[in-house]
Design a protein around this ligand. Sequence first.
Ligand code: HEM
Length: 444
Amino acid sequence: LLRWNEVRYRKKGLPPGTMGWPVFGETTEFLKQGPNFMKNQRARYGKFFKSHILGCPTIVSMDPELNRFILLNEGKGLVPGYPQSMLDILGNCNIAAVHGSTHKYMRGALLSLISPTMIKDQLLPKIDEFMKSHLSNWDGKTINIQEKTKEMALLSSLKQIAGMESGPVCEAFKPEFYKLVLGTLSLPIDLPGTNYRRGFQARKNIISILRQVIEERRASPKAQHDMLGCLLRIEDSRHKLSDEEIIDHIITILYSGYETVSTTSMMAVKYLHDHPRALQELREEHLNIRERKGPEEPIDWNDYKSMRFTRAVIFETARLATIVNGVLRKTTREMELNGFVIPKDWRIYVYTREINYDPFLYPDPLIFNPWRWLDKSLESQKYFMIFGGGSRLCPGKELGIAEISTFLHYFVTRYRWEDVGGDKILKFPRVEAPNGLHIRVLSY
Ligand code: HEM
């Protein structure tokens, strides 16, 4: 019986590896040992091995060249392979649920909302206004920076999407969104009290809030210059979006930019605290920007573009903390990869974490060294996969960096801070501080 998985998935041409226990496979080892599980399996079976994790037979690819190949060749028998709970809760029109030509046009619509021109003309002023107010009155307080950055990522997106910032709609939205996020990371067991059921219910509640917002918009003669305004204006009949598609676009933007932006911001605060020289250089960059401006004057595109060291801090944070461990794909037919035959419907875990610690790409890889990114070519090297790659390369990269940069701008020019101490940070499977990350904030 214990060899059930080995027998069930035995097939000629598969890469080496072990399939673990019936049903559970090697999920427990994977979640418990995290990156060490991957390293051990690699030592035994090489950079391309089979396993059974998170309920699915899975091929793990830790080979940078092959990872690149997989990301660049998505059309050829590979589609996103995210867990069922995520697809159910994020919706059928979610970008991770579509492929081929539907993905192309959904992605096009999304890109038009968060392109550099949009950031420059419409989003950056909103982000600036939001950060200024979100970061007010922290002086003299002990705050949980994890909670604050999560709130920041959600509320800043709501403001950019539909001008929602505070008030009853936002307050109703917040708890539902948190439940939705938890649901996407749960086992798809539809029973009362499970995170999956709660997440699904939260999706329904979010849809009804968004439907109401859309109806109010349609009834109002005023043209709104935000993402929802743009989505409602896409009138070209071939690409006109249904309400369902508009709602799933909004959920996609909220969800994709939530943990990524909040966790990178939190970890940047942590690393800057631990590396005073980097903090000093970052602060100088932002004080120089402030010197050129009036006290309440917002930061604009040129200021953002001048934040070279800030950008380097963000990349170094995303690299060292490994905000994204990898991406998931699924085979839609039997296919050959790296000389092996991968059956249909197997998951492929494109594990990119190890690339972040490759000493040839990043000398002294465990040291926080933002200066390494001042050489721009590092950002365009072919194994740079912090934002994914190929046809699913993160479309929100620039927007995410702009948000984190604006947050850091107001944070370091207004405040200094001390670690309260005693908080633990977990790095796997997600970067998080289970009991929060508390800092004591004082005015600068
Ligand atoms: C530091 C911040 C961010 C990081 C590290 C990050 C990382 C990533 C990665 C690795 C992928 C590839 C997923 C895959 O191939 O399956 C991705 C895709 C995506 N990201 Fe981001 N992201 C960030 C911020 C954002 C923001 C702010 C938004 C939205 C406004 C966003 C929207 C998306 C979307 C919609 C996709 C799916 C693209 C597609 O399937 O075509 N991301 N992101």
